[in-house]
Design a protein around this ligand. Structure first.
Ligand SMILES: [Fe+2]
Length: 478
């Protein structure tokens, strides 16, 4: 076996990891010392990349307040123009159809499922007034321990409700923002100005958030996760204002304020790396997504059909055993009348085979995949009939998003029943309470709470409980 030379070894050691590796190393909360070290190196490398980018931040820190206000006004005006154009009959700006919107939700999942993570490393400084506004922002990202307000849980619910849970096949670019946020979470001690700068960029209200919320609602997708951010990010008292305050609160009084501001500016530019909202939306390709679904299904489908079923003289199993030929396969199916493109999908034999509960292929395709197939068949004729696969299938079962949320957020019977009753569902929360009762001192209590408030844990039952307790202590101390 050929062994690597010392030089090759060193070169490999210094190669930054792919974003995906950093993301999954840190996302489970079990990172080793070596993985944390590689995440730090990854972050340093991203900061070198960020340093080469332009940004709209002012040269002087004193201009930050005016910069924020100007941004708010510009976003407001642009949104007004967008609304005017839509009200005058203009087309959606972002999402060509529902599958486009769902693909967007899936594509930003690695980022949204670590929402707020970049501020985690500030928690140990909870008694330091300089970081109060940042810690407050972190607690609000966590919904102060309330499941119905925890941003990560809200996003998980959204993905599940739309059949978009499978997002692990995304390109490395899609993990860059999440990897940066998790790396900042674990290395705040070394990258404090960069954390503050990243937060400054992330918490300003962007135009894309407003348009996304508007168009999701229009397509029958609950926009609550996005509308929630419109209100919490506001520039008067919300996260945007807290982010600006945090820059001034943390500015060194004796140290090099110029260098601090340079590093804040560089951290701000981390927001521009990898796949971000606008690039994700622009990269959607319905044809590619349709082919990717057929390729994925070919792995399990190639042994699932009888030899009786033939398309263009070949068995379906034979077609599916060659994933590279999915385009030829779907073209052959179309040629034989399985799909009637650019017509109502209800007229297509293939759609009928997958869409009803008694259909031969019921359950083969997820809700997301069905929507892609539906939109692909509908093609140019989509505007002439109902535009969602789910409404075509289950019109009588749909509830308005607001009603649905009210019902889901209402306390469940077992939750409002006798809380002293020991049951397995609450075992972890009781274990936490017992540990806290047995805690020897405040330092031990805090380290227990902080471990449970990490990006990996804060959305679990003990994580939510720990956040509630911490929020109370923090409010009392502020
Ligand atoms: Fe958030």
């Amino acid at each position: 076996m050929q062994t690597m030379s010392f030089v090759e070894n060193v070169a490999q050691e210094l190669q930054p990891q792919p974003a995906r590796s950093v993301y999954f190393d840190l996302a489970d909360g079990q990172a080793s010392a070596r993985e944390l070290e590689m995440a730090e190196y990854y972050l340093s490398d991203q900061l070198v990349k960020a340093a080469h980018l332009e940004s709209d931040l002012p040269e002087r820190m004193e201009e930050l307040g005016a910069w924020m206000q100007a941004g708010v006004e510009q976003v407001g005006q642009s949104y007004r123009s967008y609304l005017d154009a839509r009200q005058a009959g203009g087309a959606r700006r972002y999402f060509t159809n529902k599958s486009h919107a769902l693909c967007f939700l899936k594509s930003v999942a690695p980022t949204k499922l670590v929402d707020g993570a970049w501020l985690y490393g500030l928690l140990p400084r909870w008694q330091d007034a300089r970081f109060s506004s940042l810690i407050k922002t972190y607690l609000e990202e966590l919904g102060e321990g309330l499941p119905a307000k925890n941003h990560v849980l809200l996003y998980k619910k959204l993905l599940t409700s739309q059949g978009c849970q499978r997002w692990d096949e995304l390109s490395d670019d899609h993990y860059v923002q999440g990897a940066i946020q998790l790396a900042l979470a674990h290395h705040a001690e070394r990258f404090l100005p960069e954390v503050i700068g990243f937060n400054l960029g992330y918490e300003q209200l962007p135009l894309h958030l407003l348009i996304t919320a508007y168009e999701l609602k229009e397509l029958g997708i609950d926009p609550y996760y996005f509308t929630l951010h419109i209100t919490v990010d506001n520039a008067d008292s919300g996260h945007a204002k807290q982010a600006v305050d945090a820059v001034f609160d943390a500015m060194p009084k004796l140290g090099d304020a110029g260098d601090f501001w340079r590093r804040v500016r560089n951290g701000y530019k981390l927001n521009l790396l990898g796949a971000i909202t606008n690039s994700v939306i622009a990269s959607f390709d319905l044809e590619q997504e349709m082919m990717a679904i057929f390729k994925r299904k070919s792995a399990i489908g190639q042994h699932a059909h009888s030899d009786y079923r033939r398309v263009a003289g070949r068995t379906v199993n034979d077609w599916l055993s060659a994933p590279a030929e999915v385009a030829a396969f779907t073209a052959a199916m179309e040629h034989e009348g399985w799909f009637k493109r650019h017509q109502d999908p209800q007229n297509s034999r293939f759609w009928k085979m997958i869409q009803s509960e008694k259909a031969k292929m019921f359950g083969v395709f997820s809700a997301y995949e069905q929507q892609v197939i539906y939109d692909w068949i509908a093609g140019d004729a989509a505007s002439e009939f109902t535009c969602t696969a789910s409404s075509a299938r289950l019109p009588q079962r749909r509830l308005p998003a607001e009603t649905k949320r009210r019902l889901l957020d209402a306390p469940q019977p077992e939750q409002v029943a006798d809380e002293s009753f020991d049951n397995d569902f609450d075992a972890e929360v009781r274990a936490l309470e017992a540990k806290l009762d047995a805690s020897a001192n405040q330092q031990q209590t805090m380290s227990m709470l902080l471990a449970l408030m990490s990006p990996a844990n804060h959305h679990t039952a003990p994580g939510l409980k720990a956040t509630q307790i911490f929020s109370e202590l923090f409010a009392a101390a502020s």
